[in-house]
Structures are given as C-alpha cells and as structure tokens.
Design a protein around this ligand. Structure first.
Ligand SMILES: *Cc1c(COP(=O)(O)O)cnc(C)c1O
Length: 441
C-alpha cells in the first residue's frame, strides 16, 4: 500500500469516458478551458486526506502538534482548510502572518521562524498574539524581549539550533549542518539560555527547535535529531535548572516527484520519531516533551498540479525535440533553481499511443528555463493540455513576474466541483505600483 506522499498523482486520477484526464471528478480539459492556462490546481480531497494522515500517524503520541510550514503554499483558502482541521502554522514573514489574519485564522498555534526577522515583523506578530517565536539569533532575542516588554507581555519562544546532522538532499535545501545560516550552533546555545534566564525577563523559553532540510528520504536522521534535542534539553536542565518541555522537529519529509524517488510514508516517520522519544527520554532521564512537527512539502505537494497549453515545438535533428508551454520558471522556478524533476502527461484524449521523448521548455527568456528534460509524452502537439504533477508546494509560493508575465490563477477542486481560490493577476495589477514621473512625460 502506498500513501499520498509516495504517489505521483493526486487521489482519484484516471482517464474518463471521453479519454481525458480526470482528477477528483473534474475533467482536466474542461478545467483548462474554463479557467485558462497556465493554472495551478489543488485537489481538496487529497490535501485533506494527507492532513488527516499526519494526524493519524502521530495520534499515539498525545502531545503532538502539527503545524503547516506556510512557505510551501500560502493562500487564504488553503490556510482556512488546514485551520479548520486544527492545524497550526509556521510562518516566516509579515505577509504570511497577514494572510492568516486575512483568512480569519487566529495566531495562537502559529510559530514565527526565520533568520532575520525585522523589528516591524516582530512587533506585528506580538501585537497579533502569535503563539511563539522560534528565535534564531542574539539580535532577535534582544528585539523580542524589548518589544514584549513595551507591550507588557511575556513572549513564549523556542530556540532554533543547528543540530549538526547532515541529510542527503540538495545543498540548497540542507539546513541541519553546522555551516548553516540558520539558528544557534551547539556552542553558542548556552550563552542564549543564560541571557534569557538572567537578562531577558519578558521571554519564556519552553523548548528547542531544529529543521534539518527538505525532501528527505531517510528515517534515521529523524531518530538522531530527536536524540540531539533530548540530550540538549537534559544538558540545559542540569546546567541552568530550567525545564524545557517542548521540542520542534521541523519538517522535511520527502515526496515522490518521479519514479526515482522513494520516500518513507508519514506513518513510518511518525513511528521513528515516537520510538526515538520513548528510547531517548529514558536514556537521558527526562519527561516526555510535547513535540511540534512542521511539514510543508509532504502535506500539500501531491494535491497540486499545474496545467499548461503546448505551443511551439523545435526539433534539432539528432539532438532533441523541444515542446514549449505557456508557463515555466516564473510559475515553477524549482527545475531551474535546483534541477528538480517532475512527472507529467497530456491531459486531452489522444487517438493513438505514440510516446515520444521530448524536453518541455518554458516561455521565459533564459536557456535554463526547462521545465522537464527528456520526458516521454504521448504525441505532444500544439494545443494539447499538459498536466504537471506535484506542484502543490514551492511553486505558487516561489512564483515571480519575470518577463512581466502575469501570475496564474489557482483553482480548488473537490469531487467534480471547482472554484478559483487565487485569481489570475491582471495587467492593471502588474503596473499599479509603477510610477511614471511627471518630468518624464
Ligand atoms: C521549510 C521549513 C519547513 C518545511 O519543510 P518541508 O521540507 O517543506 O517539509 C519546516 N520548518 C522550517 C523551519 C522550515 O524552514
């Protein structure tokens, strides 16, 4: 049996009687015609099933809090769907906090992360009753304490640490190693604890936080991470006589983008984490802490896909055939940024089965704007609808207006129904902040 993060496609993906791709009861060609391409689509059924799988997987550990790493996909409706399932949020900017407030989500279960939070952001978060901060550095401790003091609050914080754990993933998405821009290393953490206890009276330190990277396929790194955090908790307890009763293990569970990927399921990860807590709290003789888990990619990625229309093609005899689409690196920068791979298929009916190996090129003015290199597609032709899977995470949230192309719309589908949850940008919106100086007229 495979679980959602182990599947390339959303639940209930098939060919319908017309021969078109159908996902969650929606004909994909109809969707593309109705909302135009490029289009981001999220299947609510797959998203909710994955969210509930996360809850089930950690159910046997009473003190588990699952918070969504918003940076993977933050829109008001997505926030509301997850908040309705009792999820908290991990945020990294005022914009993400503002979106939660805009969606009507209260911030009590929100954790504020990031390695360079501004005073303005910290103030905004505290004013809006953020649950806690994952404090990343000395400057931030000073800021949070000062602002909490001004507002007459005691602010709960965790300390983000770099645990010195290396995982095997792309360099740009590794964060647990010692040479990282994030968090306190194990040598400076005592100084931070000392300051909090003796100087920063408006901070309430309740736990340690670490996030070791993204698109992780190994379970052992999570076992080891729990040990590092439990061991540090015990050491700090003995040295400073303070009980930290929370640990935050970050996110990072991988998903299946192509058949080459083989991630563990969320149930396997949960078992490793919970077992490691049982074993290591005994080994280091501390009480079992509350835990936080912060999935981003694995929670939302497989429920999302992108639709494009194929335009021009270029054949270089004996080299390759390029098939160009009406989107690319501005709506999905991952392939050009870190050689990310994707699976895709033609959504409309094809009379015959004529698989052809082609390279899917974006429309942006960079040679590196290649969405998928060497993929087998069924006789791709101008006007065909291309469905690219697993674009739920880190696509919309990383999208840009490069080449002044409009950001696509996002549709939410659910058992045959579809709604727009993010409207397509307009040309007016694109230029509304541009100022044409009088003296240039
Ligand atoms: C990015 C990030 C996450 C989520 O990572 P995924 O790989 O998307 O699960 C969780 N916690 C922190 C602190 C992060 O920076």
């Amino acid at each position: 049996m495979s679980f959602i993060n182990q599947n390339i496609k959303p639940l209930n993906t098939k060919r319908n009687q017309k021969g078109n791709l159908e996902i969650s009861g929606c004909d994909i060609v109809d969707l593309a015609n109705k909302y135009k391409t490029p289009l981001y689509v999220i299947d609510e059924v797959t998203l909710k099933t994955m969210a509930l799988d996360y809850k089930k997987a950690f159910k046997r550990y009473e003190k588990a809090n699952i918070i969504f790493a918003s940076k993977a996909l933050m829109t008001a409706s997505i926030a509301k769907i997850l908040a309705n399932l009792d999820f908290g949020f991990d945020v990294v900017s005022m914009g993400e906090i503002y979106t939660l407030l805009y969606a009507g989500v209260d911030l009590s279960k929100t954790s504020f992360n990031g390695n360079n939070k501004s005073k303005e952001e910290i103030e905004f978060a505290i004013e809006n009753n953020i649950g806690h901060f994952s404090a990343d550095n000395f400057l931030e401790l000073e800021y949070i304490n000062e602002i909490a003091f001004q507002k007459n609050k005691i602010q709960k914080i965790h300390l983000r640490i770099t645990p010195g754990i290396e995982c095997h993933t792309h360099d740009y998405i590794k964060t647990g190693q010692i040479d990282s821009k994030f968090g306190f290393d194990l040598k400076t953490i005592d100084k931070a604890v000392d300051l909090i206890i003796n100087k920063y009276k408006n901070l309430n330190l309740t736990g340690l936080h670490a996030h070791i990277g993204s698109q992780i396929f190994e379970t052992k790194v999570y076992f080891d991470l729990v040990e590092v955090l439990v061991k540090e908790t015990k050491r700090i307890k003995d040295k400073f006589n303070i009980n930290l009763n929370e640990i935050n293990l970050g996110g990072g569970l991988g998903i299946t983008y192509t058949n080459e990927d083989n991630p563990p399921s969320v149930f396997e990860i949960a078992d490793v984490i919970i077992d490691s807590i049982e074993i290591n709290t005994k080994k280091y003789n501390i009480e079992k802490p509350s835990i936080y888990i912060e999935p981003g990619r694995s929670l939302v990625c497989s429920s999302g896909f992108s639709l494009y229309t194929i335009g021009s093609t270029k054949v270089i005899e004996g080299v390759r055939k390029y098939v160009a689409i009406d989107g690319g690196m501005a709506d999905n920068p991952r392939p050009s940024m870190y050689q990310a791979k994707y699976s895709a298929e033609i959504a409309n009916k094809k009379e015959e089965n004529k698989p052809e190996t082609v390279t899917v090129a974006g429309k942006f003015c960079e040679s590196g704007d290649i969405l998928i290199k060497d993929i087998s597609l069924n006789n791709p032709k101008q006007g065909d609808i291309l469905c690219v899977y697993d674009t739920g995470a880190y696509c919309y949230s990383m999208a840009s207006n490069y080449n002044r192309v409009l950001k696509p719309a996002m549709a939410l589908i659910n058992n045959g129904k579809s709604d727009i949850i993010v409207k397509r940008q307009t040309l007016e919106e694109l230029t509304q902040n541009d100022v044409v100086l009088d003296r240039l007229k």
